[in-house]
Design a protein around this ligand. Sequence first.
Ligand SMILES: Cc1cc2nc3c(=O)[nH]c(=O)nc-3n(C[C@H](O)[C@H](O)[C@H](O)COP(=O)(O)O)c2cc1C
Length: 486
Amino acid sequence: MGAPGAKRRAAPATLAARLGPHVRLETDADGTIRACFAGHSVGLGAFSTGAADRAQDLRKGLPLRSFVSGRRSIDKDMHRLVRRLARHGLLEYRLGRSRNGKEQVVIEPQVADYWPRTPPLRNADALVLSRFAYLRRRANEMVLESPRAGALFRICDPKIAATVAMLATPHQLKQLRRQAGFPGLELLALLVDCQILFKIESPRASGLRPEEGDDSLVLWDFHDLLFHVRSSEGRHANPLGGLYPYANVMPALPAVRPSWPGRNIDLCKVSAVQPISAAPRLLNERHSTRNFDDRRPITFTELARFLAATARVQSSFESRIDLGEGGPAVAYAVRPYPSGGGSYELELYLAVDKCEGLARGFYHYDAGAHALVAIAVHAHELDSLLMAAEFAMAAPAPPQILITIAARFGRVSWKYSSIAYALILKDVGALMQTFYLMATDMGLGGCAIGIANIDLFAKMTGIEFHVEGPVGQFALGRAAKLDAPS
Ligand SMILES: Cc1cc2nc3c(=O)[nH]c(=O)nc-3n(C[C@H](O)[C@H](O)[C@H](O)COP(=O)(O)O)c2cc1C
C-alpha cells in the first residue's frame, strides 16, 4: 500500500488487438483459421489447437504484449495470426487501463500495413499537434484523424480531446504529465507514430508549417491534402466507388436538368452546318473502350506517336513572376493540352502489359526528352496496378497499357492558394479528353479510370504520397472488334 496522501501514478494503458465488429473467426478440421466477414472468407493458415482457442479472445481484445515478444510456440502462432489479420485490415486496437473497463481510444487502421508502434518519448520532448489533424463527429462518436496518419483514433474519453486542444501549441512532455487529464505516454506515442502529433526540435519553436515535414508538405493546404487522400484509394478505409449508397433513400437526379421556365430560343436549325468538320466528327466518334484485342496489341510506334501528340514538351521559356521588384524567374514547358497557369504538373507513368516492341514493365514518360525510362518494380505490384484497372472497368482482361497520371503537387501549390488541388483535377480532365481524342484519331481505344491507389504508387516509385502521386488513370490499347469505334 502507498503512503497516505501520496499521489498514485495511473497504471500504464494496455494496447490490445481485437477483431473488427464485422469479423468472425472459424477453424476448419485441419486447423486452418478463416476470417469471415460480409459474405467473404479469407484463409489465414494452419494453427495449433491452443492458438485457435486463444484466437477467440480476439473478439474482446488480446493484449499485444501477451504474445509479441513471447518465446513459446503459442505466442509465435498468435503473433503470426494477428499480423495476418492486420494485413487484411480485419483488426482494430483498443487502448485502455483495464482489460474490461472503458477504453481510452479505439484505433482503426487506414492503410494496409498499419501496425501500432510506440516510439520512445522523453520528458524533455516537446510535442505539438499536426496542422493536418482534425477532430470530428462520426455518427455518435468523436474521431481524431489526419490524412498523414496510418490510422484514425476513436476518442472514448473526452479528456483526451482537451489534451489534443492543448497541443495546438507545443508542450513538453513533463508539462503534459502535470495536467489532471494526462492521457498517458502510450497514447501520445501512438499519436506521434501516426504523425497526428510531432516532436519539435526546441520547446521554444513555434510548431508551425516549416517545422512539420519536408518542403513538399509545407506547400499543401489542409483541405487539399485531406481531399486528395480521402478521394483516392490506399490511405483510408471508407467505402469507395460506385456503391450507390443512396439508391434506397432517394431517386437518382434526372439525366437532363429540367428546363427553366423562361423563353426557349431554338439552336437546332442554325447549328446543323454541312459538311461536318474533323473536330466534331472526332468528338462524335470518341467513346470508352474497355475490351482490347490482345492478339494485336498496340505497337511501340503507335505508343510513341500517341505520347508525342498528347503530352510531349513542345517549347519552353522562362518568365519572371510579377511580385514587384526582383520576383524569381520560373521555367515553363508547354505541352499540347491546356494546364491551369501553364503549370504542366502532370507526369505520365505507364504500366505496360502488352505492347508489341516494348517489354512488359513500368515506365516514366520523360516529356522533355520524349523517352520512356524503365522503373524497377515488384512483379506483384505491377500486377496489382493492372488488375485494379481491369476491375475498375469491369473488363475481361487488364488494359494493354495503363497510363497513371501523377501530379507534382508542389508545382501548382507553390503559386495557388486554396485552389491548387482543384486546378490539378481540372488539368486531369483536360488531359483525359486529349487522350480520348488522339486514341480515336489513331484508331486506338481508351478509357478514363476514376480511382487510383496512391499508396501502391508510393510503394512502386518510392516517392512519398504528398510529393507526387496519382490523380487519374487512362487505359489504352487496340480495341477488340466489339469495342472498336463504329
Ligand atoms: C473522370 C472519369 C472517370 C471515369 N472512370 C471510369 C472507371 O473507373 N471505369 C470505367 O469503366 N469507366 C470510367 N469512365 C468512363 C465513363 O464511364 C464514360 O466516359 C461514360 O460512361 C460515357 O461513355 P463514353 O466515354 O463511351 O462516351 C470515366 C470517365 C471519366 C471522364
